[in-house]
Design a protein around this ligand. Structure first.
Ligand code: ATP
Ligand code: MG
Length: 653
């Protein structure tokens, strides 16, 4: 399968594939290099990506935006309150997982879809886009997620890939993907020995992330990271929108907050203003018949915008300082600052970053595509068939977790902390004395012992030796490159006596001499049963896969039907035109009369009961017309052929 990378952004998603020895960004059905991260629901089918964007204003109550923000989020997470403001659909609790679902109307019915399902819908659409464009077989994917995604959110992202029919080979931190791309594609500009210390900064639509990496030719290490989860382009848009909402209220006494569609239109116009202000010092703002037929136009200057986003600009330094501290570095240690993400086009933000680092920013990477390209490369690394330029990199786990097990002996410890800066992938072993079978669990460090664990396992088969009451147990814990922990194996250990060769220095000819030594070896393999995990259970996942597949076939049927309807409509006009033109001399008056009547009848049907018919009906109607039209067309083509032949003979003569 062709290695495939997805950068699923809050506002737009970019996809890329490793093919023909390089990495290409893949364009969508309207040749855009990014697809809106939107899922809309209509009276018949779903609208995903560009089609959702086209209908977003008229379908605002059924279009889900910001999906990435609620994937894997607990419904009772405090962040949900903040997120709600960015959603135009109701968010409800998903009873099965305790997560967030969106309530929408699809096909005339009220439906709820979990955030993971919504994300899967986007991924499925992106996969389809990639498939149509490349004709390649896509099975595996590397998908990136923000640094602040916790273990549960990472599992949810992986589940979303699976629901979309893809195997997630790695869930990658977004900034890491960009940094890896930098290391791979800029290899020739990198030092061979002493690594460069580079700060990679991504400010997108909803969040601000920074990772500091040491990079040299062929190798990258993430040294430290930090983020501001609530800092991105959408906060700028809202600041502008609130300003204009207030101005509109002051001037026209109308409150756009009372009308979701009106507020949304202000928001769209505000984003436009923001972009214009990146290149100009002043931008016009105008929305026609915003509310109650009242038009609204105004303007904004760059200085005004800066004033409105001052609270954001004032905290630009915070993640930078945190990341430096995390990496054990100071600002002077940073050799260059690589900047990506759409929001870093805002001049005041660029200025702020430049001032903090005291050096010009680098825009070596493609601001919009670097992450997707890095993902495709990382997916290719996992591919058994595709060969890539070798590059060593390790990521960084943001979560500090605590692994604990049922207490076995009164005085023994029964937990171990894994701090947040563990390089991944990595393996750990844990040894302790056990009396019997036990349960082990993983929780975020600091969270209460009785809170729902991230994962829980049962370990079975612990049998102490004859006459003993306890036995040593060894657990193999993996910290996965995707950012989650696994309990890979468990065994009991025992000491046995083994013969070892005694080494004698300087006596090469001496007789080999052995001694008996105590050695700790495996006794029994233990059975591990997963009691709970942050992944979807297989049955829920299978159910979601079924729902997704059914929705995809409905969408396809609706699209095909629409296409057939258009074909029929176009054919009516085409044939009618030709009957009076090219085909004029090739049909009898009688034939023309019947066909014209049939065309009129079909047209009337099309705009009446045929407005919403089944696909087969459109095909049948088309064929009825075409069977007659083709006879006339045949005569016309024969004549044309005859003329051509005559022409040719004339020229030859
Ligand atoms: P995230 O990374 O937060 O999940 P994303 O990947 O969708 O979101 P990007 O594509 O990096 O985000 O950036 C999109 C943001 O950049 C939007 O808020 C958009 O308005 C903003 N943006 C794009 N172009 C400009 C510009 N010329 N000036 C100012 N802002 C811009
Ligand atoms: Mg992004």
């Amino acid at each position: 399968s062709t290695p495939f990378g997805i950068d699923l952004g809050t506002s737009k998603s970019v996809i890329s594939a490793a093919r023909n020895g390089g990495i290409d960004v893949i364009v969508n059905e309207v040749s855009n290099r990014a697809t809106p991260s939107l899922v809309g629901f209509g009276p018949k089918n779903r609208l995903i990506g560009e089609s959702a964007k086209n209908k977003q204003i008229s379908n605002v109550k059924n279009t889900v935006d910001n999906i990435k923000r609620i994937v894997g989020l607990d419904f009772d997470d405090a962040d949900l309150e903040i997120e709600k403001k960015y959603f135009t659909v109701p968010l409800v609790k998903d009873a099965a997982t305790g997560g967030v679902s969106a309530k929408v109307r699809l096909g005339g019915e009220q439906k709820e879809f979990t955030a993971t399902q919504l994300s899967a819908m986007l991924i499925n659409k992106l996969k389809d886009t990639a498939h149509k464009e490349t004709k390649a077989n896509l099975e595996q994917v590397a998908l990136s997620v923000p640094l602040w995604y916790n273990e549960k959110q990472r599992h949810a992202a992986a589940d979303a890939c699976r629901i979309a029919g893809l195997t997630p080979v790695q869930i990658v931190n977004e900034v890491t993907a960009a940094a890896v791309g930098y290391g791979v594609f800029k290899a020739n500009e990198l030092p061979v020995d002493e690594p460069k210390k580079i700060a990679f900064i991504d400010i997108g639509h909803s969040s601000y992330q920074i990772s500091i990496a040491s990079v040299k030719k062929g190798e990258l290490k993430i040294l430290g990271s930090a983020y501001d989860k609530h800092f991105g382009g959408r906060d700028f848009d809202y600041a502008i929108a609130e300003h204009f909402a207030k101005e509109f209220k002051d001037k026209k006494k109308l409150d756009v907050h009372e009308n979701p569609k009106a507020f949304y239109r202000v928001l769209v116009a505000s984003e436009k203003v923001k972009k214009v202000l990146s290149a100009n010092s002043q931008a016009p703002f105008s929305v026609e018949s915003l509310m109650e037929d009242v038009d609204f136009s105004s303007s904004l200057t760059r200085e005004e915008l800066e004033a409105y986003v001052q609270p954001l600009l004032n905290r630009v330094n915070v993640p930078i300082e945190a990341a430096l501290k995390d990496a054990g570095l100071t600002i002077e240690d940073i050799d260059s600052v690589e900047v990506i993400g759409g929001c870093t086009r805002v001049p005041s933000l660029k200025q702020k970053l430049t001032d903090i680092f005291g050096k010009p920013l680098s825009f070596t990477l493609n601001q919009d595509e670097a992450i997707a390209r890095g993902n495709a490369y990382i997916c290719a690394v996992h591919s058994p068939t595709v060969r890539v330029r070798p590059f060593k990199f390790s990521d960084y786990n943001q979560d500090a977790v605590t692994f604990s097990w049922d207490k076995q002996l009164e005085d023994d410890e029964n937990e171990i902390d894994f701090p947040r800066d563990h390089k991944v992938p990595k393996e750990f072993t844990i040894k302790f004395q056990a009396k019997q079978d036990f349960e082990a669990s993983l929780r975020y460090t600091g969270s209460p012992i009785d809170s729902k664990p991230i994962a829980k396992w049962q370990v079975k088969g612990v049998v102490p030796k004859e006459g003993e009451s306890e036995i040593e147990v060894k657990l193999y814990v993996g910290a996965n490159a995707s950012g989650w922990y696994t309990l890979d194996a468990a065994e009991t250990r025992e000491d046995t006596l083994v013969k070892v060769l005694v080494e004698h220095e300087d006596e090469e000819d001496a007789e080999p001499e052995y001694k008996e030594e105590k050695k700790n070896v495996k006794k029994d393999d233990l059975q591990i049963i997963v009691l709970s995990s942050s992944q979807l259970t297989e049955s829920v996942r299978n159910e979601f896969i079924e729902v997704e597949n059914a929705l995809t076939s409905t969408d396809k049927l609706v699209a095909d039907t629409e296409e057939r309807k258009n074909t029929l409509e176009e054919y009516i006009y085409e044939l009618r035109g030709k009957l009076e033109d090219q085909y004029k001399d090739f049909a009898s008056e009688q034939e023309k009369e019947t066909l014209t009547a049939l065309l009129l009848k079909t047209e009337d049907w099309l705009y009446d009961e045929g407005e919403d018919a089944k696909k087969a009906k459109y095909i049948a109607k088309y064929e009825e017309l075409a069977s007659k039209g083709n006879i006339i067309r045949g005569r016309y083509l024969a004549k044309e052929q005859e003329k051509k032949e005559a022409n040719r003979q004339k020229q030859e003569a």
